[in-house]
Design a protein around this ligand. Structure first.
Ligand code: PEP
Ligand code: MN
Length: 338
C-alpha cells in the first residue's frame, strides 16, 4: 500500500503516519518527490485496518492499495511516465535516446573514432564496457579502470554521455565516479546485492532483462533498486533464451507494450545481443521504436572483424548512419523525436 501525503504535509505529520504504521506492525519507507512525500507500507496485508487508522490523519491525501508484486515500479503507484534526465537529454519522454558504441572499451584510439562517428549520426550516449561479464573466463575481460578513464576522455572530447556496465558490488563507487548511467547486465539481473548497492547511488541505472527472466522477475529486480531510494531506473530488453538458434537470443518485442502498461519506467531495446549477427540488427532496432520503446542501446564498431568482443553483431558506422535516418522517420510517425 502507498500513502500519498498532501503537498502541504509537514515533517511532523509524515512522522506521525509512519509511527502509526509501525504500531500496526508494518515497515514504512518514505520517498520524497519534488512536490509530495509518499510512504510505502511494506507487506501491507490488512488494508482495511491500515485505512481505518491512517486515512483521517492530518496531511494524508490518499491511500493506494497496490496489488501487483512490484510496487514502486507500478503504474498504480506512479501513473505518469518516469522521465530520467542525463546531461540535458531525457529518457522516457518525447525524445528517443540512442546509446551506441562498441561492446567493450578496447583502446582510446578505437573508442574515440567510434564515439565521433556515432555522435555525427545522432547518438547522444556512448556505450562501452570496461568490466565485461564474458561467458568464458578466457575471453577479454575488459580494461577495468583504464577503460573508464578512456570513456571519460571520450565524453570530454565529444560531449556524449557515458553508459558502462558494473559487474560487482565492490566496483560500484569506482564506476559511478566515471559513468553517467550504470548498466546492470543480463547475467546480473538477479544479483540482489549489486542491485541494492546501485540503489543507494544517485546515478541512473539501466537494468537489462535476464536471459531467462519473466517480466515480473525483471520488474521485481527493478524494485530492489527503487526500494533503496534510486528511482532513476531504465529497463532494457535484450532478448531471451528460447529454442530458436538462427539468432543469438529471441528479441521479445512484446515486452515494450507490456512494460508500458504495467510500469512507468522507461524501456529501451538492445537489438544487438538478440540478433547476434549484424545483418539482423537494423530490423530489430526499427521494430523497437515502432513498438514504442524509448530508445535503443546498440553496438557499433569501426572494424567489427577486429573487435575484442561481439564483433559479429556490431554494425559499421555507415550502416548505423542509414539506420538513424530510418529511426528518425519512425520516431516521427510515433509522435516522437530523436
Ligand atoms: C553488453 O551490453 O555488452 C552486454 C554484455 O549485454 P548483456 O548483459 O545483455 O548480455
Ligand atoms: Mn556486447
Amino acid at each position: 500500500m502507498i500513502i500519498t501525503m498532501s503537498s502541504s504535509a509537514t515533517k511532523k505529520e509524515i512522522a506521525r503516519v509512519k509511527e502509526k504504521i509501525k504500531e500496526l506492525g508494518y515497515e514504512a519507507k518514505t520517498f520524497r518527490g519534488v512536490k509530495k512525500a509518499v510512504i510505502h507500507v511494506i507487506g501491507a496485508t490488512d488494508r482495511e485496518r491500515i485505512a481505518q487508522s491512517v486515512e483521517q490523519l492530518p496531511g494524508v491525501e490518499r491511500l493506494t492499495p497496490i496489488l501487483s508484486p512490484f510496487k514502486l515500479g507500478s503504474r498504480e503507484f506512479h501513473p505518469e511516465d518516469t522521465i530520467v534526465s542525463i546531461n540535458g537529454k531525457t529518457i522516457g519522454g518525447k525524445e528517443i535516446v540512442i546509446m551506441a558504441g562498441p561492446c567493450a572499451v578496447e583502446s582510446e584510439d578505437v573508442i574515440l573514432k567510434i564515439a565521433k562517428e556515432v555522435k555525427k549520426a545522432g547518438a547522444s550516449i556512448l556505450r562501452g564496457g570496461a568490466f565485461k561479464p564474458r561467458s568464458s573466463p578466457y575471453s577479454f575481460q575488459g580494461l577495468g579502470e583504464k577503460g573508464l578513464k578512456i570513456l571519460a576522455e571520450a565524453r570530454k572530447q565529444t560531449g556524449l554521455s557515458i553508459i558502462t556496465e558494473v559487474v560487482s558490488e565492490i566496483d560500484v563507487p569506482l564506476v559511478a565516479k566515471y559513468a553517467d548511467i550504470l548498466q546492470i547486465g543480463a547475467r546480473n539481473m538477479q544479483n540482489y546485492q549489486l542491485l541494492k548497492t546501485v540503489g543507494r547511488f544517485n546515478k541512473p541505472v539501466l537494468l537489462k532483462r535476464g536471459i531467462s527472466a519473466t517480466i515480473e522477475e525483471w520488474l521485481m529486480a527493478a524494485e530492489y533498486i527503487q526500494s533503496e531510494g534510486n528511482h532513476h531506473v531504465i529497463l532494457c530488453e535484450r532478448g531471451i533464451r528460447t529454442f530458436e538458434t538462427y539468432t543469438r537470443y529471441t528479441l521479445d518485442i512484446s515486452t515494450v507494450p507490456v512494460i508500458k502498461e504495467l510500469s512507468h519506467l522507461p524501456i529501451i531495446v538492445d537489438p544487438s545481443h538478440p540478433a547476434g549477427n549484424s545483418k539482423y540488427v537494423p530490423a530489430l532496432a526499427r521494430a523497437a521504436i515502432a513498438a514504442g520503446a524509448d530508445g535503443i542501446l546498440i553496438e557499433v564498431h569501426t572494424q567489427p572483424s577486429k573487435a575484442l568482443s561481439d564483433g559479429k553483431q556490431s554494425i559499421k558506422p555507415e550502416i548505423f548512419n542509414g539506420l538513424m535516418e530510418d529511426l528518425k522517420k519512425i520516431a516521427e510517425a510515433m509522435g516522437r523525436k530523436i
